[in-house]
Write a new protein. Structure first.
Length: 139
């Protein structure tokens, strides 16, 4: 009698769109690329087709600094997706990036007891597939 092991849960991955592809290409290259409105100059994050400030559909992407400060965080003990169950507990941080946007991603390399609001962190990059690289934060 053979034993069939259950399939390992798949990691959920983003699906790049026409508007977000330059953001994901930047992640793959180890660069933090932010969409900027070509009309009013304001940054759009998350990438989207229309500027929420002036309604222009024109934009470009510019490289942004990797630093930021912790706005808040949560410790995930019961992940919503089975893929993350083996990693639990893990920390997800909401970070005020120096570029003026907020990003949420996993925070690695620091214990929960050592975290504080305003603590400086750096955006880093985890290659997951040939096409997708995901962000995470380090102290």
């Amino acid at each position: 009698m053979s034993t069939v092991l259950p399939a390992a849960p798949e990691r959920p991955l983003p699906t790049p769109t026409r508007e977000s592809q330059p953001y994901w290409d930047g992640m793959r290259e180890g660069r933090f690329m932010l969409q900027q409105c070509a009309s009013c100059g304001k940054v759009r994050h998350y990438p989207r087709p229309v500027c929420p400030h002036c309604f222009s559909m024109e934009s470009n992407f510019k490289e942004a600094p990797l630093g930021g400060a912790i706005h808040t965080w949560t410790v995930c003990h019961h992940p919503f997706n089975f893929f993350f169950k083996a990693q639990a507990p893990y920390i997800v941080a909401l970070v005020d990036m120096d570029a003026g946007v907020r990003i949420n991603a996993q925070l690695r390399g620091i214990a929960e007891a050592d975290l504080r609001i305003g603590q400086r962190v750096t955006l880093a990059f985890e290659p997951v597939t040939q096409e997708i690289t995901l962000p995470f934060f380090t102290p």
